[in-house]
Design a protein around this ligand. Structure first.
Ligand code: HEM
Length: 326
């Protein structure tokens, strides 16, 4: 356990400086690339920023990409490897995006600092920057992750949370990654941005023989349920998407928690955080206090980006993020 200083920016751009006591991997360090590639973080940020201005869906995609990378084989860019039966081919990863942003940053980095900056670090930095670009806190994260050599579709299902999971199942999976119930509640706040396919919450619908949708989950706010039906009826549920946060879709804020309190959680796994007594109080506190969310987000995000990080002589620094060097 080491203590580091982080700088966080609130929505109103107040600077808040505080200490983070988070269990980050021992061999990761702040400013890891200070000598070997001083522009590394700048280059990643620039790439994320320019791609997000031309495509506002990028921040959500990058944040989810990090989550799916870190939960399977650790934060080692295994999710980027292409080929038969790699993680990307699993249906649980079918709707992931943001790959081209990581690859563009990598191309620039290979020009300025060849074979130096890992794809795993680019994913973590890009997700960090994506959050900040849409109004979230700016977090200092340590770097020095190395890229993994293993990517198996069969590792995805056992390591990724499904929207139908019970609280107990979510807590168990998060705990296997060193994350607590509080981390589950706080990191689920990532659903304050981004979009989801209607097919991802089909368990809340019933579809009659004419393809007409009705919501079967009576715990959902009625107006919200009707809005979802309307939006999802616009086309095939496999292709239509809705905003994860119906109120402030493009902003990283604490609205997600207010949505949960008002029974507007998109997934059953979101609603569970408020209906379960073990997490209800934290959901309420986070709904009432955005600074509290941002501070907690910084700490949980650090833990997320440290999961199973490979360092020192483990793994490699890939030349292209889509393939191992060999
Ligand atoms: C805890 C259980 C979680 C479940 C069951 C879950 C499930 C999902 C599903 C099914 C989608 C929609 C995919 C689609 O239809 O395209 C989604 C989207 C998303 N998730 Fe989660 N997620 C969870 C936690 C997290 C965490 C911890 C983060 C980040 C730290 C996160 C970030 C996102 C983001 C940003 C999106 C939107 C992606 C986009 O816009 O393309 N999720 N999630």
């Amino acid at each position: 356990m080491e203590t580091k200083t982080g700088v966080f920016r609130t929505k109103i751009s107040t600077l808040v400086i505080f200490s983070i006591a988070a269990s980050v991997s021992a061999s990761l360090s702040f400013d890891f690339y200070a000598d070997s590639c001083p522009a590394a973080e700048f280059i990643v940020r620039n790439t994320v920023s320019s791609s997000s201005s031309s495509d506002p869906s990028i921040p959500g995609k990058l944040l989810r990409l990090l989550f799916h990378d870190c939960f399977v084989e650790g934060c080692d860019a295994s999710v980027l490897l292409q080929g038969n039966n790699t993680e990307q081919t699993d249906p649980g990863n079918r709707s992931l995006g943001g790959f081209s942003v990581i690859e563009s940053a990598k191309r620039v980095l290979e020009t300025f600092c060849p074979e130096t900056v890992s794809c795993a670090d680019i994913i973590a930095l890009a997700a960090r920057d994506a959050v900040e670009i849409v109004g979230g806190p700016l977090i200092q994260i340590p770097t020095g992750r190395r890229d993994g050599m293993v990517s198996l579709a069969s590792n995805v299902r056992p390591n990724i949370v499904d929207t139908s999971f019970t609280m107990d199942a979510m807590i168990k999976l998060f705990s296997s990654k060193g994350l607590t119930l509080d981390d589950l509640v706080i990191l689920s706040g990532g659903h304050t941005i981004g979009k989801s396919h209607c097919s991802s919450f089909r368990d809340r619908f019933q579809e009659d023989s004419n393809g007409r949708l009705t919501i079967i989950d009576k715990s959902l706010d009625r107006d919200y349920a009707n809005e979802l039906i309307k939006e999802c009826s616009a086309g095939p549920i496999q292709t239509v998407t809705v905003n994860n946060d119906p109120e402030t879709a493009m902003l990283f804020d604490n609205q997600y928690y207010s949505n949960l309190v008002s029974h507007k959680g998109l997934f059953q796994s979101d609603s569970a955080l408020f209906s379960d007594e073990r997490s209800r109080k934290l959901v309420q506190d986070l709904a009432n206090d955005q600074d509290l969310f941002f501070q907690n987000w910084g700490q949980s995000f650090l833990k997320l980006t440290g999961i199973g990080a490979k360092t020192d002589d483990q793994g490699e620094i890939r030349r292209s993020c889509a393939a191992t060097n060999a």
